[in-house]
Every structure is written in structure tokens, then in C-alpha cells.
Unconditional design. Structure first.
Length: 172
């Protein structure tokens, strides 16, 4: 973190998340004897791989298919084309981040001044992009966004395109 603050390198946090018509609900109050009913619905799922810095720079790729090593590798390859100085991406220990295919790209990325740093196991609290997923699911997506798959998809597109402006996270 200090090397990033001293502008020696760029530090990013990366992870995957998924979004569907089954809303994520945070803790809410309700009136006594009032029933709150949410009916989960099966739907397609928008899976996202994101790479985010603590200055609210976001690179993301999403699709309807399963998040695989190949998808993550392709996204990181695209991201690598945008870096201008030594860059570190912090990742969790998901299997897809340790696959043979993924490991085969580490030396290529290192030659491009892009390093992969694995966070300790079972420590999502150290991965800053987890805050982004939580903000999207529990604050920025509203009930009206779950009316249809199209409204959910549009809301996510708006959030991703306006991240850093209308939508941002204040890190200490």
C-alpha cells in the first residue's frame, strides 16, 4: 500500500461476482406485524470479473457464462494493455486463479510489469473490491432494478460506466 501511495506502483484488487434476479437484501426494519415478501426468481446470471484500485478506477468484463480461468486470463490480458507502470493485482485463492492455464501466464504478465499477489486464504476483508460488490448489491441496486433481467442488466451497465463519478467508494 505504501508503494502505491508513493506512486511507485499501481495497486489493484480483483475478484468475481454474480448478479441475478434474486436480490441481495441487507438488514432492514419493518413495522410490527408487517410481512415483507420477496419472491426469488430464477434467472440468467451476469457474472463479472473486476479489477479495481482504491482511487475508484475500475476495469471489468462481464458475460452470462461461467467465470473460468480462460475468462479471467483474457480479462487480465486486456487490462495489461492499459497499464503504464509497475502494477500489482491482489487476488484471492479461488481455484481458477491457481489453474495450470492461469499459472502459465504469470511470467508473461511479470514481463509486462504486472504482478499477481495472492491474499491469504479466507481473508475477503483484505480484498477491497469486495466493498464494490457489497455496495452494488446492498445499496446501489434498487428494488425497481429487479423487475426484469433487462432492467437489472441496464442498472449494472450504468453503475459500471458511472463508477468513479456517480458511484464511488471512499477508502480510508
Amino acid at each position: 500500500m505504501l508503494l502505491a501511495k508513493d506512486d511507485y506502483l499501481d495497486l489493484y484488487f480483483a475478484d468475481e461476482s454474480g448478479f441475478s434476479l434474486t436480490p441481495s437484501l441487507s438488514y432492514h426494519w419493518q413495522q410490527k406485524n408487517e410481512n415483507v415478501k420477496i419472491v426469488p426468481r430464477y434467472s440468467k446470471r451476469i457474472n463479472v470479473f473486476g479489477i479495481m484500485s482504491q482511487d475508484n478506477t475500475l476495469f471489468q468484463r462481464h458475460h452470462m457464462g461461467k467465470i473460468t480461468s480462460d475468462f479471467v486470463i483474457k480479462a487480465i490480458n486486456e487490462f495489461a494493455e492499459t497499464i503504464i507502470k509497475k502494477t500489482v493485482i491482489c487476488l484471492d485463492n479461488a481455484r481458477i486463479h491457481h489453474s495450470k492455464e492461469f499459472q502459465a501466464h504469470l511470467s508473461k504478465w511479470k514481463a509486462l510489469d504486472l504482478e499477481i499477489f495472492y491474499l491469504p486464504k479466507y481473508s475477503p476483508h483484505l480484498n477491497s473490491i469486495e466493498i464494490l460488490w457489497r455496495k452494488i448489491k446492498y445499496q446501489w441496486l434498487r428494488a425497481k432494478h429487479y423487475l426484469s433481467f433487462e432492467t437489472l442488466e441496464k442498472a449494472l451497465e450504468d453503475i459500471f460506466s458511472d463508477f468513479g463519478n456517480l458511484y464511488s467508494i471512499e477508502f480510508n
